[in-house]
Write a new protein. Structure first.
Length: 458
């Protein structure tokens, strides 16, 4: 293990006055080399017979959770990609494409709010695996039915049902991975789940580009049903099995999050640090064609390509934030860095001027990269709470953040009417980012936290 240690002082040797490295340069070199070191160790781990070996990251539960999130993301972003062609098939044009598009998106997100509560409770009461089975079955069948829809009301109902199913996937996967991996490497596991998962958006755009919107929904449903079979070989979390034997222990009690000031603010702050990500995805990316027109972009911009480039950036962002968290040995510092990146990328988005679609898509990729702390954000939420509330929190928190798209888009509609498209979006974004910073500072650092404990409440 000594071979893995880095000697900070050796990075910049002491020399005579005027020729030695400054402390700033020495620290900067140390961080850069540490990132390279952590990357090499992740992909080419040294022989390590301890249970904290990075090799455990590539176990079957982690891979299955990652593929589940891959299908989840495919289905989650598919509507944003096919919004325009699917609504045009029902005869909608112009402003109605935005208004009804917002309505359908909100129906999906409201479904995720309901599903987040349902699956979170079931995850702590019945087990992490059971919600991984139930959620993928529901959203797969809903998407197949969505491909056969013939009326707008039916479209809305099916987006709501699909939202319920989509709500359980990520929280269950992150909870399971966090509980089966050692403290030292669980950050790698959640990073892998998110990084593989978000590439589902790239596949969604590719499928929507080559097939009509109905076929794209059929393919998403079929992918989910195929993955369902692979889950029969995955075992339940040992921590949950231990908790299950304690009959007197209260499990999955959502109300317990609101009966203690400490638990409530841990929960609220865990939600708010992720809100800027869905401001980016739910407003700036989903309505990218409208923003491109307002900016005077010289050429057509499609929402599908904007989503694809955003999620391509998210892949590298999730990898980078995960590695940065391991290097800094801190979840909070990694999130702080990426919140600063969001400020920078949002500024570039609104200041790009009359550029080309290519430049616009590069900016979308930058937005995605800066929002790539999604895995760290969900991990932080899971690590804040004991085993008897962990699935409830890890499942509801990301879905409440996704559900925040409802008030975010409603506020955006209001500010857009009062101040215009660009200024309205800037106001909403500023509110989201400020709330995230305040909440981040209030949260506990959980990088080294042992998760084998229970929340005590009546």
């Amino acid at each position: 293990m000594a071979a893995r240690e880095w000697n900070r002082e050796s990075l910049c040797s002491q020399s005579s006055a005027g020729t030695g490295c400054s402390g700033y340069v020495r620290k900067k070199k140390f961080i850069i080399l540490s990132v390279v070191h952590q990357t090499v160790l992740f992909f080419f781990p040294m022989q390590d017979h301890s249970h904290a070996s990075v090799k455990a990251v590539f176990s079957l539960p982690v891979i299955v959770a990652a593929l589940g999130y891959f299908v989840d993301i495919y289905d989650l972003v598919l509507f944003s990609i096919v919004r325009v062609p699917s609504l045009k098939a029902f005869g909608l044009e112009g402003k109605a494409l935005i208004d009804y598009g917002v309505f359908l998106l909100n129906m999906q997100m409201i479904g995720m709010l309901v599903g987040g509560i349902l699956w979170g409770w079931l995850g702590d009461v019945k087990g992490r695996l059971k919600i991984m089975f139930g959620s993928i079955l529901i959203y797969s069948l809903a998407n197949i039915a969505n491909g056969m829809v013939t009326t707008l009301p039916a479209y809305a109902v099916l987006r709501f049902i699909a939202g319920i199913g989509l709500a359980g996937e990520l929280g269950a996967g992150i909870t399971l991975v966090s509980e089966i991996l050692h403290t030292k490497v669980r950050g790698y596991g959640t990073m892998l789940v998110a990084s593989i998962g978000v590439t589902g958006a790239i596949l969604a755009n590719a499928v929507a580009t080559h097939y009509d919107w109905r076929t794209a929904f059929f393919i998403g449903g079929a992918l989910g049903l195929v993955l369902l079979v692979a889950r029969f070989k995955v075992s339940e979390s040992g921590m949950f099995q231990t908790m299950e034997s304690k009959a007197a222990l209260s499990k999955g009690n959502l109300l317990a999050l609101f009966t203690s000031r400490d638990r409530f603010f841990r929960y609220l702050n865990s939600i708010l640090i992720g809100v800027p990500i869905w401001f980016v995805v739910g407003v700036l990316i989903t309505f990218s064609p409208e923003f491109a027109t307002a900016f005077g972009i010289k050429g057509a911009v499609s929402a599908g390509n904007a989503v694809m480039f955003c999620y391509l950036g998210l892949v590298f962002g999730d990898l980078s934030s995960g590695l940065l968290s391991q290097v800094l040995k801190s979840r909070k510092k990694a999130v702080f860095v990426f919140l600063l990146l969001i400020i920078g990328s949002v500024a570039v988005y609104f200041l790009q001027g009359q550029t080309t679609p290519t430049v616009f898509y590069v900016v979308c990729a930058a937005l995605g990269f800066s929002g790539g702390y999604w895995a760290i954000f969900v991990t932080v939420a899971a690590e804040q709470f004991g085993t008897n509330l962990r699935a409830t929190v890890a499942t509801t928190v990301p879905n409440f953040v996704r559900g925040m798209v409802v008030p975010i888009t409603m506020l955006f509609q209001f500010t857009r009417g009062r101040f215009g498209l660009e200024t309205g979006a800037i106001i909403v974004g500023a509110i989201c980012i400020v709330l995230a910073f305040v909440s981040l500072f209030a949260l506990e650092e959980t990088f080294h936290k042992d998760l084998d404990y229970f929340e005590e409440f009546m």
